[in-house]
Design a protein around this ligand. Sequence first.
Ligand code: ATP
Ligand code: MG
Length: 261
Amino acid sequence: MTTAQPLIRMASVSKTFGEVHSLREVNFEIGQNEIVGLLGDNGAGKSTLVKIITGYHQPDPGGTVYWKGQPITDLDVVKARKLGVQAVYQERALADQQSLWRNIFMGRERTTFLGLLDVNRMQHETRQLMTQLMGFTSTAVTPDTSVKHMSGGERQGVAITRALHFEAELLILDEPTMGLSLSETAKVLDFVGDIKKAGKACLFIDHNIFHVHPVADRIVVLDRGRVAGQFLKGELGLEELVLELRHVAETGSLRSGAPSA
Ligand SMILES: Nc1ncnc2c1ncn2[C@@H]1O[C@H](COP(=O)(O)OP(=O)(O)OP(=O)(O)O)[C@@H](O)[C@H]1O
Ligand SMILES: [Mg+2]
């Protein structure tokens, strides 16, 4: 049954850079329509894990990445994108000087039967996405608004919307709330809820468990390149999670010992 397969699974994946062991025999998976929160200190290996899933780095020999149950060899950036893996990077995601509609359709422009840019259609679709997905109610922002006038949370929303609109199956958000205000952060967390509602999966990385806990179905804790533990959200309240994380930081393992879930 393909539906029971996780969307993506890493089996015994290690990544070394010279003497640095960024990931050590990591077993990790993301289910279909699952929101997985990834927590860990600076240098725990979170971004390295992302870069393996997005095909930017290849795992050391011995590790395997599976997509819907099939092992993928030679996963590279192009292949990962084709599978439907989309990383959303706040800084690099958008072209500042361009309008909102141009940003949404960048590289995937709609054309008329004559091969000309179908600007009306792209503006129209952008307006629909703004109300349906991004929840923009303000009339100050239109499809023609330049992205540089948008706030950090709005920009993040545009990047996520674009990925959803173009059929990403797995969205990866690596520290999407970095540098954002409280209200902007709340917006980004709402967008993660939209990913869930759209039936897609998400890997959500953040230092702050108060951001991760409300939106994640499952939380995975990385510590010095190892999976120190994982929890289904229903299993563990926020306060208990705080205690567990403190314990992981001090000892490298969960209070209960072996990884759960
Ligand atoms: N290209 C690289 N070359 C050498 N070392 C690297 C490389 N990429 C990552 N590392 C090292 O691997 C370890 C894990 O780094 P990684 O960026 O994955 O951590 P992180 O959990 O994302 O940290 P942060 O929370 O600071 O973003 C660190 O010790 C880092 O210095
Ligand atoms: Mg990182």
